[in-house]
Design a protein around this ligand. Structure first.
Ligand code: NAD
Length: 423
């Protein structure tokens, strides 16, 4: 894995770019490489930096983050031979016409705003899950991809995982017979975050831009690094965090899109802290011929049906399970069959770069048209949980029938200066 030395990472004095040295003896000739930038270089953005920089047909040329500390940390990952520019403001990065693609690993509330701006600037996009923070953003993002014809890959990397792909093929071939139900399981232990008072934002953080479209409020550590996941203004709870992976796989196997109805219930049965989002949630998605169920418990660290996080498809001849350790087929009265292999970020990144090189979105394993649907299912689970009743959908209009309160949660107010760009 290439590294970038701190020594050669020259910090820009303002939002402007600075150069640092690049990696890549194993890399292809410059003209054959996709010039790529990563926007949001926290936990997962650091993984993007490593994954993209390690691909022979990619040249990592820039990063953007509103937090100087995060830019500084990522500098440790890049080697002496690279030339990578760093930006505080991604809008400045997008002005560089030589950049062909960007990946987005900001908090959820920034995914669609950055993706739309990148598409407008003519960049191919790899966007982390969930690609949208509300239902309407998903509609706009899918439409923008269609209009521009650019490659937009979703960070649901199970779609590029060999064991999952083989499992889905077996499902399609009818190995477990007729499938009428799939269960997406998100079953793990996530400790409480406690209560923290508001405080001054850290030096080097552009907090206004971190908030972006969200309403202005004082800084809190409990709404910052990673913990933003648990606050509605920025995150989508764990159904949009880990849950969206399992929902995506379940929906993929069932071959369904938006449901006709969604029933949900959830709350905080375990946390008594600054969390806004549930620690316990059950959602039922109704289709004409099948059901998709979602179960979430964030206070258990034992397995359920063999999985912490995974999907079980129920057929009339047996079950097929796709989890973080591979695929298992269990037919009645037969020994289980196992296909080993976990979720594969590198494979999803490689597939994205291959599609970008060929300028062919049809080559993507996790195209945004699918990513939007899976993200919307997570969001629908949250909306139904928050209004406390079953939603009936007008699928063509992507709205609830006769439910103004729920429809209000299908979009948000964008703070002045941080409105969505039109593509
Ligand atoms: N595909 C996966 O398996 C996977 C795994 C982990 C995280 N993720 C996703 O990655 C995203 C980031 O998660 P994380 O855990 O890295 O969060 P994080 O809080 O560690 O990092 C987010 C980074 O984005 C930066 N940021 C915020 N606003 C920005 C802006 N306007 N422009 C540029 N940078 C900005 C923050 O300063 C921070 O460095 C989330 O959406 C999460 O769901 C995906």
């Amino acid at each position: 894995m290439p590294t970038i030395s701190r020594r050669s990472f020259i910090q820009a004095s303002s939002a402007a770019a600075a150069a640092y040295a690049v990696a890549g003896s194993a890399h292809a000739a410059a003209g054959d490489r996709v010039r790529h930038a990563v926007i949001g270089v926290g936990g997962q953005g650091g993984n993007h930096v490593k994954a993209f920089a390690s691909m022979e047909h990619c040249e990592l040329v820039a990063i953007a983050d509103v937090d100087a500390e995060r830019r500084e940390q990522v500098a440790k990952l890049i080697s002496d031979k690279a030339t990578v520019k760093q930006y505080e403001d991604f809008r400045e990065l997008l002005k560089d016409e030589s950049i062909q693609s960007v990946s987005i690993a900001t908090p959820d509330h920034w995914h669609t705003p950055v993706a739309l701006a990148a598409l407008k600037a003519g960049k191919h996009v790899y966007v982390e899950k969930p690609c949208c923070h509300n239902m309407k953003e998903g509609v706009l993002l899918a439409a923008a991809q269609k209009k521009t014809g650019l490659c937009v890959q979703h960070g649901t990397q199970f779609r590029s995982t060999q064991a999952a792909r083989e499992g889905i093929q077996q499902l399609r071939d009818g190995v477990i017979g007729t499938v009428r139900m799939a269960k997406a399981i998100n079953h793990q232990f996530r400790g409480p975050i406690g209560r923290k008072p508001d405080s001054e934002p850290p030096a080097g953080l552009n907090y206004d831009m971190w908030l972006g479209p969200a309403p202005v409020r004082p800084f809190s550590e409990n709404r910052f690094k990673y913990n933003w996941h648990w606050h509605w203004d920025y995150g989508t709870g764990d159904i949009g965090n880990d849950g969206v992976h399992q929902i995506d796989v379940a929906r993929w196997g069932l071959g369904v899109g938006l449901p006709k109805a969604v029933g949900a219930s959830g709350g905080q049965l375990f946390y008594n802290d600054d969390h806004e989002t549930p620690d316990t949630q059950v959602v039922t998605y109704e289709y004409d011929n099948c059901y998709l169920l979602y179960e979430m418990r964030l206070w258990t660290d034992y397995l359920l049906e063999g999985h912490d996080n995974g999907v079980v498809y129920y057929g009339d001849k047996g079950t097929l399970e796709i989890g973080r350790n591979g695929t298992t087929i269990k037919l009645i009265d037969k020994e289980p069959q196992k296909i080993e292999g976990g979720a594969d970020l590198a494979a999803n990144v490689r597939n994205f770069l291959d599609a970008v090189k060929e300028k062919d979105p049809s080559k993507l394993n996790a195209p945004i048209s699918e990513g939007v649907l899976s993200s919307q299912l997570s969001l629908l689970g949250n909306v139904a949980t928050r209004v406390g009743r079953k939603l009936t959908l007008d699928i063509d209009k992507v709205e609830c029938i006769n439910d103004d309160e729920a429809n209000k949660l299908f979009s948000r107010e964008y703070r002045k200066g941080y409105e969505l760009v039109e593509v």
